[in-house]
Design a protein around this ligand. Structure first.
Ligand SMILES: NC(=O)c1ccc[n+]([C@@H]2O[C@H](COP(=O)([O-])OP(=O)(O)OC[C@H]3O[C@@H](n4cnc5c(N)ncnc54)[C@H](OP(=O)(O)O)[C@@H]3O)[C@@H](O)[C@H]2O)c1
Length: 341
């Protein structure tokens, strides 16, 4: 259950203190509720997604939801004669990105950099889980690219903007990067290597390993970034088991046995799951909690409700983390993309 009240987190007036966030995959599931909270807290939120129509539909719904919540807040204040501070909504903007294409990621960074001169929050939320083996046009396994390589590229390309934001606004909290990992990172067992042939073996069981590898690499990435860029607060999150999102649709739509998977996920969710908005609590805490600091929290891993936890031994291993960094920079350079030192 949630350990935080989002009401206690800071609210901003975008006309006075413009805060900018970029989130991938904010049009559905946990990302949707994360966007809702950020928007209610006055953030200008860029929702980066691969389908313009899906993102625009979610923007419309989010605006309606936020207006209702704000009206309720005002009525409650009027009824109780409280002089609670006025709350201003932020802005919602669509940004095109397809994480299965490195060139799309670079184009999104260019578009964003032309539109904004600052970035306070980057949330690498979009992901795919346990989908069948496929290679992207960049020749990465699909889960590895969607869950890790593209978020790595997006973040490292946006680093100059994040650093500039830290330098230009030294009196505000440092910019933050939040990476959506998963407890499933624990599927990645000993002898971690992104070169492993598991990654390229088209077998349904290995698909869970591939998910675990990608989500472990993401934790490595946050730990390395925290070491390399001490001006930016980087954290990984397991949001909780949120069993009704689109993450599970490959399994629930399988012919005949899909219904069995659906039943299993529902029962599992009933006992161990949380709702979508509770799933977003851990992310919102990592984004907005003023008590989190560069000195104490950089590189850490948080779980459901924003509770600090230890990731697996493989994910905590800094030798593996360094190898993950080097491997990724090398693979990107093989594809003509340079990541500055
Ligand atoms: N749900 C859980 O229990 C759970 C547990 C642990 C971790 N997580 C992590 O939480 C994150 C959000 O998951 P969710 O449960 O909210 O799932 P979801 O509803 O399926 O959301 C995933 C989002 O990622 C986007 N996406 C997928 N592939 C993309 C691509 N190639 N380019 C751009 N966007 C892409 C999807 O966009 P479209 O709408 O266009 O498909 C969607 O907006 C994921 O990283 C997941 O691994 C979830």
């Amino acid at each position: 259950m949630s350990s935080i009240s989002t009401d206690s987190l800071p609210y901003f007036d975008p006309a006075v203190d413009r805060r900018v966030a970029l989130i991938t995959g904010g049009n559905s599931g946990i990302g949707y509720y994360t966007v809702l909270q950020l928007y209610l807290h006055g953030y200008v939120v860029y929702i980066a997604g691969r389908s313009r129509s899906r993102v625009l539909k979610s923007i419309k719904e989010l605006k309606e939801k936020a207006n209702t919540i704000t009206k309720d807040y005002e009525i409650q204040n009027a009824n109780t004669n409280l002089t609670s501070p006025k709350r201003c909504l932020g802005e919602l903007v669509y940004l095109e990105i397809d994480l299965s294409s490195l060139s799309s990621v670079i184009a999104a960074v260019d578009t964003f950099s032309n539109m904004e001169s600052k970035l306070n929050l980057l949330i690498n939320n979009a992901g795919a889980m346990a989908v069948p083996y496929a290679l992207t046009r960049d020749n990465f396994e699909i889960q590895l690219q969607t869950n890790f390589v593209s978020p790595f590229l997006l973040t490292t390309k946006l680093l100059p903007l994040l650093e500039r934001t830290a330098d230009l606004y030294p009196s505000t909290e440092p910019p933050r990067v939040v990476y959506l990992s998963s407890i499933g990172h624990k599927f990645a067992i000993r002898f971690f290597s992104l070169n492993t042939s598991f990654n390229y073996r088209p077998n349904l069981l290995f698909t869970w390993l591939r998910y675990g590898m990608a989500k472990t690499a993401g934790i490595h990435f946050m730990k390395m970034l925290a070491l390399r860029n001490p001006k930016i607060l980087c954290m990984s999150v397991h949001p909780g088991f949120v069993m009704n999102t689109n993450l599970f649709t490959y399994w629930t739509r399988l012919p005949i046995i899909g219904i069995l998977f659906w039943c299993f996920f529902q029962i599992f969710g009933y006992f161990l799951g949380v709702s979508n908005d509770e799933g977003s609590d851990a992310i919102i805490k990592c984004c907005l909690e003023p008590k989190l600091s560069l000195e104490n929290d950089n590189g850490k891993y948080f779980v459901t409700g924003g509770i600090e936890a230890e990731p697996s031994k493989v994910a905590s291993n800094m030798d593996y983390a360094a190898r993950t960094w080097i491997w990724t920079v090398h693979e990107l350079s093989e594809r003509g993309i340079t990541i500055p030192n």
